[in-house]
Design a protein around this ligand. Structure first.
Ligand code: FES
Ligand SMILES: [Fe+2]
Length: 482
């Protein structure tokens, strides 16, 4: 144990790492942070172990599909994946599949991806393309982009098929931040999710000045992971693992002093400061501000002259201005009005169940995690780099997904900075060992930190809540009909 022992008078969840808090750090910046970054929202959510069974059980995974994926809002694609009428994108989650289509009038609709004749999927899983009409590849039943049945080969044989009743069933859709969301609403009426705006909680408010719709997909990577989708997502919900897993970054990144917030049911956040030294680094090894600036600039932009730090400023302030200039030039933009924190820090929001959004400039990531088939030990992890659209208006096409298999390294991904590739390799390498350990453990659950791992606890409790609500509602309905 290297940290101070918690004083006995402190209640569970009240203890914080000794040293400066995230709030103290960003309040000391040369440019003030936006109000959203000063909000704090933490409540102790208990300290019971989280059963490993919730990660390893096929029955629990099936319950997630029946009761959670069936009725939560999920990001299906970006609007720029379907820019023109007739463009489509298929989003799959378990056995469910949504065919998202740009209609003739430019509006976006989503249909259940299954023919009303004998069920064939109209478009292949994960496909993206253009179609004037939605034609089934089996016998040719065809729907318009609005979902109207417009062609039925050998119609004489189907006097019982009425076009009004054979419209393609639609899913609810919504848009936020340039993302198209869908909801399968496959649940009893009383469990139907609220509209997307409401479901998003604080996100629209917090992202008011960080419009992700003003960004484009520079890099898109899909990797197969040998791990449960929730265990994989958890690995990105806390900075607690940095000391052990990413020890190369502790001189220039805070970790134990990261801030964690839970905003209502569906949104959580961490803010993890850059150009700060981890509280774990002993005093004699801590770089001074000049040395820190040197380390950061040498890593990010070798060859740049390292400026002197003006009186009253810190490495963070100078590094942020430097990155605003470098990225402004690279992405044809002016970032000089961003605060230090928005420019360089790792600011991560999680939207239940599976999406992560980073509004910051230097770390412009977006993630999502999905089960890969019915095996609870497999998932797909997608990473998108969302860069600001250039002022010229010449917006690049969204990057094609680059696929990595379980053992492939992120350092092979074109366009992905090598240092980030190494970090993602470090993150994902832990997961196979964790999956094995879930099964080899004598202890039957994971023991989480009260503060640093509160987002993981909240996330798991939300999944459990969905499953329990779904089971209870089904049982009540069953009892009422017998
Ligand atoms: S299954 Fe689609 S047309 Fe027959
Ligand atoms: Fe990590």
């Amino acid at each position: 144990m290297t940290d101070q022992v918690t004083p006995v008078s402190v209640q569970p969840g009240e203890a914080r790492c000794p040293g400066p808090s995230t709030r103290d750090l960003i309040l000391g910046d040369s440019t003030p942070p936006p109000a959203a970054l000063l909000e704090e929202s933490y409540t102790f959510e208990g300290d019971d172990d989280i059963p490993y069974e919730e990660f390893t059980s096929a029955a629990y995974a099936a319950d997630e599909h029946d009761h959670m994926w069936s009725r939560t809002w999920q990001w299906a694609c970006r609007v720029e994946h379907i820019p023109q009428p007739g463009d489509y994108y298929v989003y799959d989650i378990g056995d469910r599949s949504a065919l998202v289509v740009r209609g003739p009038d430019g509006t976006i609709k989503a249909f259940h991806n299954s023919c009303l004749h004998r069920g064939t999927q109209l478009k292949p899983p994960g496909s993206n393309g253009f179609s004037q009409k939605l034609r089934c590849p089996f016998h040719g039943w065809t729907w318009s982009l609005d979902g109207d049945l417009v062609d039925l080969p050998c119609e004489w044989d189907f006097p019982h098929v009425n076009a009004d009743e054979f419209q393609l069933p639609q899913l609810r859709t919504g848009e936020w931040g340039g993302f198209v969301f869908v909801n399968f609403d496959d649940c009893p009426e009383e469990l139907i999710a609220p509209p997307l705006d409401e479901y998003l909680g604080v996100l629209p408010d917090h992202f008011a000045d960080w419009d992700l719709g003003d960004r484009y997909v520079e890099v898109h990577v899909r990797k197969k992971l040998p791990a449960n989708w929730k265990a994989s997502a958890e690995a990105f919900l806390e900075a607690y693992h940095i000391l052990e897993t990413h020890s190369q970054s502790i001189y220039t990144a805070g970790d134990a002093n990261a801030q964690y917030d839970v905003f209502g049911d569906n949104v959580t956040r961490f803010i993890h400061t850059i150009a700060t030294t981890s509280p774990h680094v002993p005093a004699e090894k801590r770089p001074d501000e000049d040395a820190m600036l040197n380390m950061l600039m040498a890593r990010k932009n070798p060859g740049h002259e390292v400026p002197a730090i003006p009186e009253g400023e810190r490495a963070r302030d100078v590094y942020a201005r430097h990155m605003q200039e470098v990225l402004g030039e690279a992405y044809d933009n002016d970032f000089s009005d961003l605060s230090v924190a928005e420019t360089i820090d790792s600011i991560e929001y999680h939207l239940f169940p599976n999406a992560f959004f980073f509004p910051g400039l230097q770390i412009p990531l977006t993630y999502r995690f999905r089960p890969d088939g019915p095996d609870p030990d497999r998932c797909i992890y997608e990473v998108l780099f969302l860069r600001p659209k250039p002022r010229s208006g010449q917006v690049p096409e969204p990057a094609e997904p680059f696929d990595l298999d379980v053992d492939d390294s992120y350092t092979t991904v074109p366009g992905l900075p090598t240092s980030l590739g190494q970090v993602l390799d470090q993150d994902t390498t832990n997961l196979a060992a964790q999956t094995r350990g879930f099964k080899s453990s004598k202890k039957r659950g994971q023991t989480l930190g009260n503060y640093q791992e509160v987002r993981a606890r909240h996330f798991q409790s939300m999944v459990r809540r969905y499953i329990n609500e779904g089971r209870t509602t089904s049982a009540t309905k069953k009892a009422a009909t017998t």
